[in-house]
Structures are given as C-alpha cells and as structure tokens.
Design a protein around this ligand. Structure first.
Ligand code: MRU
Length: 377
C-alpha cells in the first residue's frame, strides 16, 4: 500500500526479500505509528525472533515471513548432501513454526514451500525453488486480500459504521489486508462510511496500526476503548463488524482471533449486528476438529501491566519519532501479576459469514466447499 512519510509517498509491502543479501525485509511494526522503519533479518533465527518479538505480526504477514525465513534458511545451507540438507530444512521449519503458536498461516505457508521444494533434485535446485515458492506465497496472500475486497465490498453500504478489532489490515498481511480490503474497495467505489477501531489492549494494534493505516488511506475512523463497543451497539451506532482471524477451523467454522473478538461477537449477536470474518485461504486449518484445541498463545504479563508509547510533549512530528522518546510505562499496581491470553475462539453460531477469496460463506459451509477453498489432502 502507499505510505506517506514526511510528505513523500511510496508503495510498500509488509514483508519482502532481498535475494542478493539473503535478508528478509520487514516493516518494524512495534515503532508504528510513531516511526516508519524497515529492518532486515540476516538469518532464519533472526527471522523467527522477529516473529516472536512482533517486529512483524498478523497472520498473513507472519505466514509470508515464515515462508521467506524457510527459503532464507535453505539458502544458508552450504554443500550438496541431500540428507544433511533435509535435516537442516526440518530444523529451520521447526524454529519458525515455534515462533508463534496460534496463527496457522506460517505452517501452511511453509508447507507450500516444502511441497514445491520436492520438485527439485539437487540442493541448489531446491534452494532456488524455495525462494520462488516463498515469493509465490507472498503474491498469493496479496491476491487473496484483493479478492476478499471484491466479495466483501457488497457488505459496506453508504453511511455505514463499521467496527473492527485489532489489526487485519495490510500490516497484518503482505498487502491490502483482509478486513481492510472491502473498505478500500468501498472507498474506491466512492462510498462513504466510518470505521470504529477497537483499541485492542494489551498491545493496542487497533489504536496504533489500524488507525495509522486508515489515516494513511484517508478513511474516516475513530479509535474506541475496547469497552465502548457494547454501548455504541446499544445506541444503534454500529451497523457491521468485520474482523480477521489467525486460525479458522475448516471443519467447524470456529474462528481464533485477537483476544476480545469473542466478546464483540456475543455483543453483535445480542444487538442483531452482522459479524463477519475476512480471511485468505492460508488461515484455514483443515485438521483440527474443535476450537478448544487451538493453541492459545500466553504472552508476557508486562503487556497487561503497562503500555508502550511516545512521551507526551516530545510527540512524533510528521511520522517521525525523532523528537519523541519511545518508552514503556507501568500502569498497574506494583506487585500485581497478570494473565495475558493473546487470542480467543468465536463459535460458528455467532458469525454471519466468512469472507474468503472464493466468496462469502456461512462458517459451517467451509467444509462442504473445501475443494474450492484449497483443501489439500
Ligand atoms: O498478535 P497479533 O497482532 O499477531 O494478532 C494478529 C491480529 O492482528 C489479529 O488477531 C487479526 O485480527 C488477525 S491477523 C490477520
């Protein structure tokens, strides 16, 4: 998408690859919206650490990062011994897959790369296929988001007020975003609408990332405290909810997404507001049989007990943090601990539809349509 920093506009993808230097290039999302910076990871271990530390985050974006990381790791191998190469690649795969557990996209993306690598005979062939397959995954992620936009546009009518949670915009993917794709398509069609961004504590991806993206694209929006959505729904100020997903079960239609999503789905049901989930095909898990079995990431308590931001009075000017100081402040009672589950699971019955690149389906229809939704036996 286009990014304007200090008056200069350029197109970026969230994640790209520098093939000459074997580096994965990432937008440093922890600094946004105060500073826009690209960082390069030099090894697959650094790439995995960037996923764990949330330099890059969001299901599709960490999927593409893992695919590039797998190619990067494969390309780091020296020699022609096929068995040693396979053992090395298995180790790279595990390191990247373990970086964050809830989103299924990294594993699905790396499986795509591994499947493609089987076509190569020599180590050198497999290495170059790995990179081409990672590029293909990244391109497909961007294509899927555009297709989600083409289907999802019908949901956004003139004058609507749309609620979203966390960030499933282009920063959470390679480009365009899943939740934002219908919004960008509606904007291009000249429709006027307003977006409420849940702040999304504890890491505030809604207040920092979604709000920054929408501001960059000139879409009318406001940030609301996580607890405000019920009140706005009760007053008839929200017409539609669209969220993303880190793992959607193809067999049951259950949706794992950022903590707080389930609460919003319950509220939406209570108020008769349609609740949609927008996903590329790499977010579907065709194996797990129940949402309860989705591994839910438990994150560090410091995220709940305090917050990161830029100091008041030295605030970032025109997209640069040059004059501000990024700092962590402790908010909670000293001595109190915290529990910090990163995700929750929304049952199918609360979801009006899943917006996919192949169309909008009821969550329980996914399994019946598995062939057109890319299920690989
Ligand atoms: O912890 P994060 O920021 O990686 O969580 C991912 C998310 O932003 C959300 O859960 C999002 O709605 C789905 S990811 C496309």
């Amino acid at each position: 998408m286009n990014v304007t920093v200090r008056g200069r506009t350029r197109q970026y993808r969230t994640v790209t690859f520098d093939a000459k230097r074997n580096r994965v290039l990432l937008i440093e999302q922890r600094l946004l919206p105060h500073q826009f910076k690209i960082v390069a990871t030099k090894t697959f271990r650094e790439t995995a650490a960037a996923i764990t530390d949330m330099v890059v985050r969001g299901a599709g974006a960490i999927g593409a990062t893992a695919a590039y990381g797998l190619a990067q790791g494969a390309l780091m191998f020296r020699g022609a011994d096929g068995k040693k190469f396979s053992r090395h690649v298995a180790n790279v795969f595990k390191t990247l897959a373990d970086a964050r557990p809830t989103a299924v996209d990294p594993v699905n993306a790396m499986n795509d790369v591994l499947r493609a690598m089987r076509r190569g005979d020599s180590v050198a062939e497999k290495q170059s296929i790995a990179l081409a397959a990672a590029e293909e995954f990244a391109n497909e992620d961007a294509r899927h988001c555009r297709e989600i936009g083409a289907h999802g546009i019908q949901l956004i009518r003139n004058g609507m007020r749309v609620l979203t949670h966390c960030n499933a915009g282009w920063l959470a993917f390679v480009d365009v975003g899943s939740v934002t794709a219908p919004m960008y398509a509606a904007q291009a069609a000249g429709r006027k609408f307003h977006v409420f961004c849940d702040e999304t504590r504890p890491r505030s991806q809604g207040a920092t990332l979604t709000a920054w993206e929408l501001a960059q694209q000139g879409i009318s929006h406001q940030i609301i405290a996580d607890n405000a959505a019920g009140h706005l729904m009760q007053r008839g100020e929200i017409d539609l909810v669209i969220v993303g997903s880190d793992r959607t079960l193809g067999r049951t239609g259950e949706v794992a997404n950022k903590i707080g999503t389930y609460t919003k789905a319950v509220l939406a049901k209570r108020h008769g507001i349609p609740f949609y989930v927008a996903i590329p095909l790499s977010t579907i898990d065709w194996n797990l049989k129940r949402g309860f079995d989705i591994p839910i990431e438990d994150r560090h308590e410091s995220e709940v007990l305090g917050a990161w931001g830029v100091t008041e009075g030295q605030r970032a000017e025109r997209g640069s943090q040059k004059n501000g100081k990024r700092t962590y402040v402790r908010v909670a009672n000293p001595g109190s601990g915290a529990r910090n589950p990163g995700f929750d699971v929304t049952p199918a019955e609360l979801i009006a539809g899943i917006i996919t690149p192949a169309g909008i389906f009821k969550p329980t229809e996914l399994w019946k349509r598995r062939r057109e939704l890319g299920f690989i036996v």
